[in-house]
Design a protein around this ligand. Structure first.
Ligand code: A2P
Length: 347
């Protein structure tokens, strides 16, 4: 006899870019829902959102919002996550947090289900969803690292507007319209115009000159891989792409790693789609990664400057695998492995 378990889920940040994707994925992947609660700031209270043919009403988050909730999918920024985490945990729910607030806490698992699903077992009420560029890189590098340890990663990122949220995507569109109309583009979310431009990622810089986004790639990769030895350096750049990030990765292994072998491994790795047509010069592009679950990987080639080096290129949907899909996969893990109490069990 089959037992069907279903869960009471709340989305904190339901009106944002990732929130909208979470809703779509809960529906598409048929996550077993006993209840779905949509939470945001008081600005959005009363807003109606369609889900499975029904109209749900967005509520402003309050102290009572998490009572009788099993799983909270939080994507409302670090300060909102910090403000509500203890209320969520006290209410007995598991928080899957998309912000960076708890990622490096020793007692908070940082999970990419294709890489370290077992880490979720040790949760104490909070599981962190890694940074988007780190998730995309991990999915592509982990299968190779399993065959032969990667010693060093040199990454350059090409990050879309979506990484800064729904309002940032609108801002870039408005900037493009303004520039084409011969007007001065407005900047509110971004520090500089992004349309027809690019700039190094504008998160805070440390004394070594690295921005927060770059240090997330360094520190989070080590935690996810469970390998403190792996050396990572990155240059993160915001580019005028609406959605889906790309990355150029240079990987240094202990021994030479043939591109053919890397190709064969990646063609059979979970969450990866090999996209290479050398004749047509066709490789992963953000336009093709948009809306896809897989990280598109290609242009795998021998690094001519180093006998143990490989170069590759990837594009992945930042809102999907870089955020919402990874969070839903973690929720699915919790459900499959009984790591959260179900609201209802029916036979
Ligand atoms: P709201 O639409 O009411 O501002 P994005 O990352 O796309 O910008 O989305 C951010 C999400 O986080 C939105 O749903 C936003 O709701 C929500 N949010 C922002 N600040 C708060 C807050 N203080 N409390 C609850 N939700 C918040």
């Amino acid at each position: 006899m089959n037992q069907v378990k279903s869960y009471r889920v709340a989305i904190l940040g339901a009106t944002g870019a990732v929130g909208a994707e979470l809703l779509e994925l809960l529906d598409q992947r048929q996550f077993p829902l006993a209840e779905l609660k949509l939470l945001a700031s008081p600005r959005s209270a009363g807003q109606k959102v369609k889900f499975k043919g029904q109209e749900l009403t967005v509520e402003a988050v309050t102290e009572q919002s998490f009572e009788n909730i099993d799983i909270v999918l939080a994507s409302a920024g670090g300060s909102t996550s910090k403000a509500w985490a203890s209320t969520i945990v006290k209410a007995g729910a598991v928080m899957i947090d998309n912000s960076s607030a708890f990622r490096m806490n020793a007692d908070v698992p940082l999970v990419v289900p294709e890489v370290n699903p077992d880490a979720a077992k040790n949760h104490k009420g909070i599981i962190a969803n890694p940074n988007c560029t780190t998730i995309l890189m991990s999915v592509a590098v982990w299968p190779l690292h399993q065959v032969q340890p990667v010693k060093r990663i040199v990454a350059a990122t090409y990050q879309s507007a979506s990484g800064a949220g729904a309002r940032a995507m609108e801002e870039m569109k408005e900037q493009a319209k303004a520039i084409l109309a011969g007007e001065t583009p407005k900047t509110e979310i971004f520090p500089y115009p992004l349309a027809f431009n690019l700039f190094p990622h504008n998160s805070a810089l440390n004394e070594q000159g690295y921005c927060e986004e770059e240090m997330k790639m360094v520190n989070e990769t080590r935690k996810i891989f469970g390998d403190q030895q792996i050396r990572v350096t990155a240059t993160c750049v915001r580019v005028p792409v609406l959605r889906a990030h790309s990355e150029a990765l240079n990987l240094e292994f202990e021994q030479p790693f043939s591109p053919e072998k890397a190709r064969e491994i990646l063609a059979n790795s979970p969450g990866v789609k090999l996209v290479e047509d050398w004749q047509a010069n066709y490789f992963p592009m953000p336009k093709d990664a948009t809306g896809k679950d897989e990280v598109l990987v290609g242009r795998i080639r021998q690094d001519i400057s180093h006998p143990c080096g490989l170069d590759l290129w990837l594009s992945g949907d930042q809102i999907r695998k870089g955020a919402a899909l990874n969070a839903i996969q973690i929720a699915e893990l919790l459900a499959q492995q009984n790591l959260v109490a179900p609201a209802l069990t029916t036979v």
